[in-house]
Ligand binder design. Structure first.
Ligand code: SAM
Length: 309
């Protein structure tokens, strides 16, 4: 499966990129992602085969020297040793931006998600008549193509939540909006207003571009750089739904801050959580007045559907 796909854009400054490739045990995948993210890699893709996975990630050439990459490789090796897993194979190359973009486009195909969505790459012409909701995307450097299990679980949860809408307007916040895929999905399903935030300015740019691509007005979907504090300012009061697909460690920090955004019947979809991290998250949610309605699982990931009452 192709996952976590992000493409550098022609408008970015760099002309050459470091491509790093890590083949590792599937159970090391999360740690490798964490290391790469901390190092500054932005574009990350993974393919899973049986018990191992290939992770590719990208970084502008000028942001790392060979020695830095060698040091990163040693850290990955140490992680594997500490976790008693096989040593990952780490390789890197400098690649041309044009080569990258064209190979990226070859890899990514329209993807059906759940019963309602069809994720369509921006550079392909979508069919005119489709029973599905067509969500067009060019993720740029942001996370969120719909290929990753964590995103799929969120979109499927949204289908369930927003499938039968009443008369009332629905406001949703999207914490860690990435490409904007979840916010756009929420609007296609009938949400009236979406506020998105992401700590990565390039993700916010991508969310705004994808909003335009899907003919959603800038008033209906507002994306800003920041996190929960920015949402509290923007949303000016409690909201109906909270979407958050970030890693468990970040979600643990975010849960206590959600009180300001919730009303008695608010609901939430929390994803990006590994199965073994589910228990502490469930305990924390309970402490903060949330009920875990359902827990959905795909591969090693789980997604919490929560509600206030
Ligand atoms: C896994 S991606 C999710 C993207 C998209 N929402 C999806 O479901 O595919 C997580 C995003 O959260 C952002 N992020 C990480 N920590 C954050 C925080 N504390 N507040 C807001 N965004 C954050 C990252 O920059 C990244 O774009």
């Amino acid at each position: 499966m192709l996952a976590y796909c992000l493409a550098p854009k022609v408008t970015d400054m760099a002309h050459s990129w470091w491509e790093i490739r890590v083949v590792c045990d599937l159970n090391l995948e999360e740690t490798v992602f964490w290391r790469l993210e901390n190092f500054g890699f932005r574009g990350t893709a993974s393919q899973t085969k049986h018990q191992s996975c290939l992770i590719c990630a990208y970084l502008p050439e000028e942001q790392a020297h060979l020695l830095d990459l060698a040091a990163l490789s040693i850290l990955l090796r140490q992680d594997a040793l500490c976790m008693e897993m096989s040593i990952p194979i780490v390789q890197w190359d400098l690649i041309d931006e044009e080569d990258w973009s064209s190979s990226w486009k070859q890899h990514w195909e329209p993807t059906e998600i759940g019963d309602r969505f069809w994720i369509y790459p921006a550079w392909l012409t979508p069919p005119e008549n489709s029973d599905r909701l067509i969500l067009r995307l060019d993720p740029g450097v942001a996370f969120g193509t719909g290929a990753h299990a964590t995103t799929q679980l969120c979109l499927e949860s949204l289908e369930m939540r927003l499938g039968i809408l009443g008369e009332n307007p629905i406001t949703v916040v999207d914490i860690g909006c990435g490409s904007g895929i979840l916010g756009i999905g929420a609007i296609l399903l009938g949400a009236t207003q979406v506020y998105g935030v992401d700590t990565d300015p390039l993700a916010v740019r991508s969310a705004n571009e994808n909003r335009d691509l899907n003919h959603i007005s800038p008033e209906q979907m507002i994306s800003e750089v920041g996190s929960v504090e920015e949402l509290i300012k923007r949303a000016k009061g409690p909201v109906d739904g909270i979407l958050c697909n970030i890693l468990a460690e970040v979600i643990m920090d975010i849960i206590p801050q959600l009180d300001c955004l919730t009303k008695p019947n608010s609901w939430g979809v929390l994803s990006g959580i590994l199965l073994e991290q589910a228990k502490p998250i469930a305990d924390l949610l309970e402490q903060h007045g949330w009920i875990v309605a359902t827990l959905w699982k795909r591969q090693n990931w789980c997604c919490f559907n929560i509600r206030r009452s």
